[in-house]
Design a protein around this ligand. Structure first.
Ligand code: MLC
Ligand code: AMP
Length: 498
């Protein structure tokens, strides 16, 4: 193979007139037209001076061209760096500068702002959305074949940024083999074939919607109902024409809240998969009672793609994330990395072809989390039972997961601490019926100062994407600390969590 990722996932589709993307307006993109569009986009990228090994930062709404850009990057050996469309200009500037991206591709409606971000970072700028843009214009007249650039499986295919406990985002470097191994393993494990139609309502800038869903469907040669976002009416409308769905737990709780969602509607579905955040056992049980389907829960992360899955044929155990994938080694360890006996709770560590290559330009961070023997320290607390099923019982890392998006409290605290009248802050996750968790900010005023919460709400909006912004503020005289001076977040969670 000259380019394992392109040759495995995209090349087999050239010439196939079968449906790949069903779009909400009724139009269909075939497998063949998808790879042809990718080739045109690869030519357009070359026109912007982007070449093999370069990075491109892509903050583009979910649309077929955004997905085809991923294929174009694979074909041209360019490293694809997709970014959440909710990120502010300030957040984006960090990613473009840190990654050294040669080109930023963004929303035409934010053209002036993003051009400024690109200029500051010394990157070129192009626009793209579902209606077009300068990149799409540049692609339109190009040849629809492109000579695939030779790459090895160890070459990098993508960067996905993930925040950390220090508040500074880290670029997780994913190789071609990282993506290929997961794509093949999951296609087999979940029995995807060319007969499948996947309901795809997830964003395509994260592991779940991009690599898990898209790569699996391409390896299988199936189709996707490619929906812009989670819209329950649309999901219900498409369900009788689909065979499978992948979603975060909010997808399942919202479906259950709708009386139209029942056994008849799901009778032709064969598989519902959940991940990215804990699925409550209650949801699992209610879903089976309503539809007769047992949700298949799996567990993964940006740095490792998927690690475990409940079985397709065997018992799907509610509240567990199932068994390690066939090519993944998993152990539950103490803080020193010593494996604990089955049944004891500790930190989950994983090793396998799915595990990333390290954090871009952060060798110390990489060494802290990726052991010399290849085991990655996930920061999740888990327990494995005698049958091998893994349950995630909590997180060692200070992380909030809201509707499947990660929010690192430190990043918010750094912004809040600089606000007028604020001496210090602590951000905690509190339960939320729809999104699982949401961030609550506890603020301590400087001696005698008045804190203007509305002004703070407006100020954080410049720095933080909306989904990260605290939904509730509490003011108190001081933060509870232990004898070492560390803020006791558990105490705050039990005080405000209800
Ligand atoms: C949207 N909003 C959120 C939010 N999503 N707030 C907190 N958390 C979220 N996840 C806010 C918006 O800013 C807006 O705020 C309001 O909610 C309505 O926006 P929306 O776009 O209409 O929201 P909605 O469609 O309801 O989106 C909710 C959601 C979506 C849960 C469907 O966030 C989603 O698709 N999440 C999936 C995330 C995902 O793919 N994660 C995978 C990561 S990969 P306002 O105030 O302006 O109205 C990974 C590895 C693995 O974790 O294992 O898979
Ligand atoms: P991210 O960094 O966005 O990739 O988020 C990965 C994190 O999501 C993991 O480290 C877990 O904490 C969490 N996660 C993913 N899937 C599950 C799941 N099925 N159950 C519980 N937590 C999950």
């Amino acid at each position: 193979m000259t380019n394992p990722l392109y040759d495995t996932i995209f090349a087999p589709h050239a010439g196939k007139q079968t449906p790949f993307l069903y779009l909400p307006d009724g139009s269909v993109i075939t497998h063949d037209s998808f790879v042809r569009r990718a080739a045109q986009l690869a030519h357009a990228l070359a026109g912007y001076g982007v070449g093999t090994g370069d990075r491109i930062a892509v903050q583009v709404e979910k649309c077929p061209d955004m997905l085809a850009l991923y294929a174009a990057c694979a074909q041209a050996g360019i490293i694809f760096l997709p970014l959440n469309t909710a990120y502010t200009g300030a957040e984006l500037a960090y990613f473009v500068e840190d990654s050294g991206a040669k080109l930023l591709i963004g929303d035409p409606a934010r053209g002036a702002e993003l051009q400024g971000v690109a200029d500051k970072a010394g990157a070129a700028f192009a626009t793209l959305d579902a209606r077009g843009g300068t990149l799409s214009d540049a692609a339109d007249g190009q040849a629809d074949t492109y000579e695939t650039v030779a790459r090895s499986g160890d070459d990098l295919a993508a960067f996905l940024y993930t925040s950390g406990t220090t508040g500074r985002s880290k670029g997780a470097m994913l190789s071609q083999n990282n993506l290929i191994s997961n794509a093949k393993t999951l296609t087999d494990l979940w029995r995807f074939t060319s007969d499948d139609v996947l309901l795809h309502a997830l964003p395509i800038f994260h592991t779940h919607g991009l690599f898990v869903a898209t790569n699996v469907m391409l390896v299988a040669g199936g189709a996707m109902a490619f929906l812009p976002k989670l819209d329950i009416d649309q999901l219900i409308d498409w369900m009788p024409r689909a065979t499978a769905m992948m979603g975060v737990p909010t997808f399942y709780t919202r479906l259950l809240d709708d009386a139209r969602f029942d056994r008849a509607l799901t009778q032709d579905m064969r598989l519902f998969i959940s991940g990215s955040a804990p699925l409550l056992s209650d949801t699992h049980v209610a879903f089976e009672a309503r539809t007769g389907h047992r949700i298949l829960e799996r567990y993964g992360m940006t740095e490792t793609n998927m690690n475990t899955s409940n079985p397709y044929d065997g018992y799907r155990r509610a509240g567990t994330v199932g068994l390690p994938l066939p090519d993944v080694a998993l152990k539950v360890c103490d803080a020193d990395g010593t494996e604990l006996p089955r049944g004891e709770t500790g930190v989950v560590e994983v090793r396998g072809p799915n595990v990333f290559q390290g954090y871009w330009n952060m060798p110390e961070k990489t060494a802290e989390e990726l052991r010399g023997d290849g085991f990655f320290i996930t920061g999740d607390l888990g327990v494995q039972d005698a049958d091998g099923y893994v349950t995630i019982v909590g997180r060692g890392k200070d992380l909030i997961i809201s509707g499947g998006y990660n929010i690192y409290p430190k990043e918010l605290e750094l912004v809040l601490d600089t606000q007028p009248g604020v001496l210090e802050s602590a951000v905690i996750g509190v339960p939320h019926p729809d999104l699982g968790e949401m961030p609550l900010a506890v603020l301590v005023p400087e001696g005698g100062a008045q804190i203007d919460i509305e002004a703070i709400g407006r100020a954080v909006a410049d720095d933080l994407a909306r989904f990260k912004q605290p939904r509730r503020y509490e003011i108190r005289e001081s933060l509870p600390r232990n004898t070492m001076g560390k803020v006791q977040k558990a105490a705050l969670r039990s005080e405000y969590g209800a």
